[in-house]
Design a protein around this ligand. Structure first.
Ligand SMILES: Cc1ncc(COP(=O)(O)O)c(C=O)c1O
Length: 378
């Protein structure tokens, strides 16, 4: 699929200039149809659909696996990125005297699981940014033989900074530490190859760059960790074989599907599958190239206007998220929304405006954004 075709599948673009995929991507016509089809099947063919529940789920697991270079059995469908981060932490034995390394921009759901009672004794180390960048050398310096894990966001939500996963994995593995990645702002925007890059665990919600639904997320755990981890939960959905209802025998499935406890989220799966199919049909190499072209064009245009841009200009250090300092960002967001341009006024990071171009956007969208921005600034 080429970029023009991909763009044509997003009805919102005929109405608005949508530049906020880092919050939630809009539904494509394919996603809309898939939800309609699911609703029809639910209405008229539910017995048949019931028989295919797990197949539907496995198909989506397989698509996400293809997208990040994993195997289907290493992927679980969960409800949020944060749940994936929690599951990863749960699989790591919190031995005494240990520490965990974050950078100052690690997302809260990467950090909070380490504050829970069973892990509260684990020392939490935060590596600060230097000149607007998190340097791998600084992370490496914070890692030692007592480090259990390095837990970072691949692309940071507040700045749009992208980590070099391969380099961070190498620094972590040198000391036997694991790499936990929050890919909510990167998966679907830039290429990821978890096996090649040495990622141990990765979580990403479907609704942002993966062009899917909210309330559904993908969790990857490298096979070697699944083999050694205790089961997360015991329920029929996670059981390898079924025993009579009152039997006390429970054997977890061997793969990451042991983390899926019940009947799948069919609506979420139907709504999310077309997004993965589209990204794979375009090809993640082309998606990344396009997203980086757009985010680069955006960074350049903001700098030309004398604004303080937090996102690095170097393509290998950013993804699709572009953040610019703006004290009145919420006002700017509202001003633009009135003119049918959707950006993010930083409801959590109050003094930044975020512009997140994705595969379906083009330079005309950014020119329209700049036109409205100039109007706002004057
Ligand atoms: C880096 C990052 N991680 C996680 C999330 C939230 O994901 P979820 O609600 O699926 O846990 C966000 C949302 O903005 C995010 O930017």
């Amino acid at each position: 699929m080429d970029l023009v075709e991909a763009r044509s599948r997003f009805p919102i673009l005929r109405e608005r200039t949508y530049l906020f995929s880092g919050g939630h991507s809009p539904a494509s016509s394919a996603a809309r149809k898939a939800v309609q089809r699911l609703t029809d099947e639910w209405t008229y063919e539910i017995a048949d659909l019931y028989g295919r529940l797990r197949e539907e789920q496995d198909a989506v697991r397989g698509l996400f696996a293809d997208l990040i270079g994993a195997s289907t059995d290493e992927i679980a469908i969960v409800e949020s990125t944060g749940m994936g981060s929690n599951l990863a932490v749960e699989m790591i034995e919190p031995r005494r005297g240990a520490n965990v390394v974050f950078d100052e921009w690690s997302y809260p759901s990467s950090i909070y699981p380490w504050t829970l009672p069973e892990r509260a004794h684990v020392e939490r180390r935060f590596v600060p940014a230097r000149d607007g960048l998190i340097e791998v050398d600084d992370l490496a310096e914070a890692i030692d033989d007592d480090t259990l894990a390095v837990s970072i966001s691949h692309v940071t939500q507040g700045e749009g900074f992208r980590q070099d996963l391969g380099a961070v994995a190498e620094a972590a593995h040198e000391h036997g530490a694991l790499l936990l990645v929050d890919a909510a702002q990167s998966a679907g925007a830039v290429q990821i190859d978890v096996h090649q890059q040495g990622v141990d665990f990765l979580a990403a919600g479907a609704c942002k760059w993966l062009l899917g639904a909210s309330g559904l997320a993908y969790f990857y755990a490298n096979r070697r960790h699944l083999e050694s981890a205790p089961p997360h939960a015991a329920a029929p959905g996670s059981a390898g074989s079924h025993h009579p209802a009152h039997s006390s025998a429970f054997e977890p499935k061997a793969g990451a599907d042991r983390l899926q406890t019940g009947i799948p989220n069919l609506i979420g799966l139907a709504a999310s599958r077309p997004g993965l199919e589209m990204l794979l049909a375009v090809g993640m190499d082309k998606v990344e190239q396009h997203v980086l072209d757009l985010s680069g064009y955006c960074v350049e245009g903001l700098r030309e206007r004398g604004l303080e841009v937090l996102t690095p200009a170097e393509p290998e250090r950013r993804g699709g998220v572009v953040a610019v300092v703006m004290e009145d960002a919420l006002e700017a967001e509202a001003f633009m929304a009135e003119r049918k341009v959707d950006v993010f006024g930083g409801h959590t990071y109050n003094s930044t405006l975020r512009v997140d171009p994705h595969v379906f956007n083009n330079r005309d969208d950014l020119d329209r954004f700049f036109e409205v921005l100039d109007e706002y600034l004057s």
